[in-house]
Design a protein. Structure first.
Length: 132
């Protein structure tokens, strides 16, 4: 699993909670680092923040979807932006699995992560999940 988020507190929280549930978690602080991480170890799920330095979540997602090796990886967005605030950028996120607004309910997020991993056929435990 890949967690893609520039907030170190969110990274630490996600690492702790997801690791306790048995997930292998990779962390990245921006889209550039996230693309590098997925090319090294393909995650089963990506948790993506939208507002990051260097390469934001919109551009990361665009590049992810343009790559046939990675475009089927489920993506859950976790952002301080409200879905209603996305405006014209809303269409850039077509195909995401779910949108969570910070602050978020951890139980709902974990339920979504578990469901996404099971739906992908990878069973979950031991899977790699990446968060921004």
């Amino acid at each position: 699993m890949l967690v893609l988020d520039d907030d170190k507190d969110i990274q630490g929280l996600m690492l702790e909670v997801l690791s306790r549930k048995g997930y292998k978690v990779m962390l990245a602080g921006d889209g550039v680092e996230g693309l590098k991480k997925i090319s090294e170890d393909r995650p089963d799920l990506i948790i993506l923040d939208l507002m990051m330095p260097n390469m934001n979540g919109f551009e990361f997602y665009r590049q992810l979807k343009a790559n046939e090796n990675f475009n089927k990886i489920p993506v859950v967005v976790l952002s301080a932006l409200r879905e209603t605030e996305l405006g014209k950028n809303h269409s850039l996120l077509h195909g995401i699995r779910r949108f969570f607004t910070k602050p978020f309910d951890m139980d709902s997020l974990l339920s979504e992560v578990d469901g996404a991993i099971k739906a992908s056929g990878n069973g979950g435990i031991g899977s790699t999940v990446v968060f921004k």
